[in-house]
Design a protein around this ligand. Sequence first.
Ligand SMILES: [Zn+2]
Length: 245
Amino acid sequence: MSEDVCYCCGWSYYNLNNHFQQSPICLFPEFSDRQEELLKGLTMGDGSITRSRESGNFRMTIISVNEVWLRWIYAQFGDRLATEPTLAQDGETAGEQARQYESFDDSGGDWEYSDVYEVAIRSHPRLTEMRETWYPHGDIRFPDDLSLTPALAKTWYGSDGGLSWSDGTPHMNVGTWNESHRPEFLLDLFREHGFEPTYSEPLIRLFGDDRDQFLDWIAPAPAGFEYKWETESREHYDALKEGVA
Ligand SMILES: [Zn+2]
């Protein structure tokens, strides 16, 4: 187990969370308003709020095959609030494990497993509060007073959204699996800001000018997801996507 240096007193600790809870001087570093919005969008998307022990504060882990995206997240929080992305599982090991099962289907030819990375937002009382607000009965439920902001929508769209090119001109969509029983609530999140989305379970969609205005509103794209903002050229979109996946 590695030690972490306290930003406040400069001493090293095996468990910074305990140090912040016990020290009369060294306090948990605070999230900025923007960081709080990024966290909400991640909670709606790729992030999960968990804790490793039975007591203590919750932390957030974000797991993805897109290492560039996780490095971007890390950079938004810095070392005080987050830990550097690490390789959670390499694709080769994941493939080997899967092939141990007789039912493994390798008929897809050179189908490969991807490396999976993980970044963590350190244990923090705010994340413990968020866990209570966002998982009132164990499962995630978007709070009734939820309101979109550019920073929140950026990490939500990065996690669960994308462009669909099926009809030549791409439309934007974002998946809402856990809230599919509340379509009007979901649509109001966008209507409140002047957008006119459509809903077809489980996707919210924006077309044309609405799509462009929404992507502008939540711009710039986070590193690793530039392709989700590329609406002009399918070729450029594919090239950007190829570079990170
Ligand atoms: Zn300290």
